[in-house]
Design a protein around this ligand. Structure first.
Ligand code: NAP
Length: 294
């Protein structure tokens, strides 16, 4: 049986990959809600060529959400933004979707277990938890996709690993494993989950790998042939002290590090094998493939 899936955020980094996989599924009719249907042609044209219906809309515009959610079974949100998008926009989308008999929504979570965060410590997690609590009040069923950090963010130059300096930096002892998944595998899993009527509502956690900062450094060192030395930037208490003085943007970055350092939002109950034919890539393999591409 085919289902109609509305993707919001399909022009984004993750959303475009989710859309790419959904338009290839014979079980999906795909509709994309985009702010500018004539922009980002390099993303939208190939999706439209595969049969996706592109509709104009904005999470701030209730009438556009009403039009976009008619006849929809499942909404996949991959939006990014501030509270007006993540909280008010997604709640508006869920309320209107519920009125139009949408069955389920996958909100834009895609993180470590944000529901275990201490309120007030992590703005991005707080917004999502707040949005999801309000979406639950609408009565619309939700599946919360939790895949940990994107592997891409552990590659050299993205923060922790500096190939030039030959270092991998972290707080704490660097031994705590963190759940990581590639963007591509996340998108594949989301596309499958969106169409999976038997998937239970609530958290849907999976991870391509569990790697510590030290292990990530060792893997990149082996792959690049360059030495990478572990460097601790301080204790969890030092990290918290830095957060207290940081500007809001830095605070968000440090909050991600905090939960990777103390493991508070670690994923449990992984459902990696739910789709037998979909094997998630491990970090070493991911790094090797990135090396082949560059
Ligand atoms: N776990 C991790 O390591 C990790 C890393 C990165 C991202 N993420 C998560 O993945 C999700 C997607 O992030 P991303 O980096 O792919 O986002 P992104 O590239 O910034 O894309 C955001 C999308 O949201 C759309 N959008 C924003 N405001 C909108 C509005 N008012 N109405 C309709 N659409 C709107 C944008 O449309 P336009 O094209 O019109 O701007 C765009 O398609 C987020 O939840 C993010 O936190 C997780």
């Amino acid at each position: 049986m085919t289902q109609t899936v509305l993707i919001v955020g399909a022009t984004g980094m993750l959303g475009r990959r989710i859309a790419h996989h959904l338009v290839r599924s014979p079980q999906a009719r795909v509709r994309l809600l985009v702010r500018d249907p004539h922009g980002k042609k390099e993303v939208l044209d190939p999706l439209a060529a595969k049969g996706a219906e592109v509709v104009a809309g904005d999470l701030s515009d209730a009438a556009s959400l009403d039009r976009a959610t008619r006849g929809v079974d499942v909404i996949v949100s991959a939006v990014q933004g501030g509270p007006e998008v993540i909280v008010e926009g997604q709640v508006r989308l869920a309320e209107i979707g519920k009125r139009n008999a949408v069955r389920r929504i996958l909100p834009s979570d895609y993180a470590l277990d944000l529901f275990k965060a201490t309120p007030g410590e992590h703005t991005m997690f707080d917004m999502r938890a707040q949005a999801d609590a309000r979406i639950a009040e609408t009565g619309l069923e939700q599946v919360n996709v939790l895949q940990g950090g994107f592997m891409e963010l552990f590659m050299p130059g993205k923060g922790a690993i500096d190939l030039e300096a030959g270092t991998v930096s972290f707080f704490g002892d660097g031994h705590r494993p963190v759940e990581v998944t590639s963007v591509e595998d996340t998108a594949r899993m989301v596309a499958r989950a969106a169409l999976d009527r038997a998937l239970a509502a609530g958290k849907f956690a999976f991870a391509g790998d569990r790697v510590s900062f030290r292990q990530a450094g060792e893997i990149v060192a082996r792959q690049s042939g360059r030495p990478i030395r572990p460097v601790s930037l301080g204790s969890e208490a030092d990290l918290r002290a830095l957060m207290a003085q940081a500007d809001p943007h830095q605070q968000v970055m440090l909050a991600y590090l905090l939960y990777m350092t103390n493991g508070q939002t670690a994923l449990t109950g992984l459902q990696n094998d739910r789709y037998g034919d979909l094997k998630l890539q491990g970090f070493a393999d991911f790094v090797a493939r990135q090396g082949e591409r560059s």
